[in-house]
Ligand binder design. Sequence first.
Ligand code: NA7
Length: 533
Amino acid sequence: MKRPDIDVVVVGAGFAGLYMIHRTRAEGLSVRVFEAGDDLGGTWYWNRYPGARCDVESVEYSYSFDDALQQEWNWTERYASQPEILDYARHVADRFDLRRDITFSTRVVSAHFDEESSTWGVTTDGGETVVSRFLVMATGCLSSANIPAFPGAETFAGPTYHTGKWPHEGVDFTGKRVGLIGTGSSAIQSIPIVAEQAEHLTVFQRTATYSVPARNGTIDTSYVEDVKAHYADFRAANRLEQGGFGSRIERGETSALTAPEEERRAEFERRWEAGGFAFMASFNDFLLDKGSNDLLAEFVRDKIRTIVKDPATAELLMPTQVIGCKRLCLDTGYYDTFNRENVTLVDVSTTPIDRITETGLVTGGVAHEFDVLVYATGFDAMTGSILKVDIRGRGGQRLADAWEAGPVTYLGLSTAGFPNMFMVSGPGSPSVLTNMIVSIEQHVEWITSCIGHLSRTGFASIETTDDHQREWVAHVNMIADFTLFPRCNSWYLGANVEGKPRVFMPLLGFPAYAERCQQVAETDYEGFVLTPA
Ligand code: NA7
């Protein structure tokens, strides 16, 4: 029988991994975190591209588990920048003495379950194998870079960067001709800044994106004082929201279709001026009714027409898909950047990128030359980083095989055949459709209290069943199909990665989900089989 070296192994030291340490210790259990980076912070450690910033407001995108922490930390802007969020993560780690349980610069390469001892053998790229009772994948939803396999990519003579693997020392684009592929959130944040530095920037766009002004700026101190005076209530109210944030957002309770045109337009305009995700909340049916959605989409297209001076460029920048079914972007001067003389937009929707060459790339038979190539091409979202680890469960079954047709989980926390393994914000949980920190706290608290319960009551293992996960996947899909979300090629569906199964991965509806998890725990883990030691 293998004897465990440790109670819990956690993969990843981002916000999920850090909180896992804190909560596991509180259960009186031992924990070890392996982190591939040479410091903590996860998403905020890797995504250092110019302009990287969170699109959930800073007073909300932070831990709520410790009142002294939330009272003492002071955010400087409405939306926190990547360096500030990373400083915050480091502050949390120091404040709660978390670093001593993290092994940095170490990637977990495999995790194999041993049925006889109900333990996981977790092996790192350093060759170390640790035997643990539980395995927790805290690998993040947007952490596995998607770099499309363009022919000739290796021949490009200049430097290439992916927004999600940005060099720590930064990149100086001064005097350079830059080619940038992609127009998602990372591109939209970085393009205005790269354009200011570069001699010339060529943006290669496959799908035009809806973006709304962030209206970022110095944080309003009286607002912060008010939030801090009622932080517990503020957090509790956010946890009741569908996305786990935005409790102070004014939400329209009628359909956009029923409002008189003038009133509707004035409301859209007011929200465009205010900036942020509240833009999508003026009426209550944008993601349920295509007619209503069209009205909002047309409003943004009108804005693009007004902002972008060259009509052909404006036309190209106008998205045609459903607004909001790909994550809405928040920007600072994105559309306006295309009025600059040194910025060119190239459409690669009808003529995809043929190949990368030594001096640039070719699309539709036309060569575009540049000195530096930036991939803002996103991530193999939600499953990419989990499946990079060779995970084998009962009977040696590979997780990659179990998920061949798309991820199958119960509650987004657990997969049948993989006992004692949990995922934080896994596919099938609300995760990316919420404020991530709210979802992370909810999952970590659920997982650690479950592990604590099993340890105290003498159970060796916990595992969900095929039936429960089948029902759960059907439930996730049923809810998504009720909305317009599945209508476009988003990374929620895995549509951005060639060959990835097309399955809607996140669950819509945070508060009901959190209640369900609570109920499951209170009914002796309904949907799970618990095996005595
Ligand atoms: P996204 O949102 O997935 O954006 C990636 C962009 O790269 C998007 O515009 C893609 O076009 C484009 N892309 C991907 N593959 C190709 C190929 N082969 N050719 C041309 N263009 C391509 O990733 P981000 O990093 O910007 O943002 C991820 C999330 O982080 C974001 O949603 C926020 O939640 C924070 P496509 O739209 O697929 O046609």
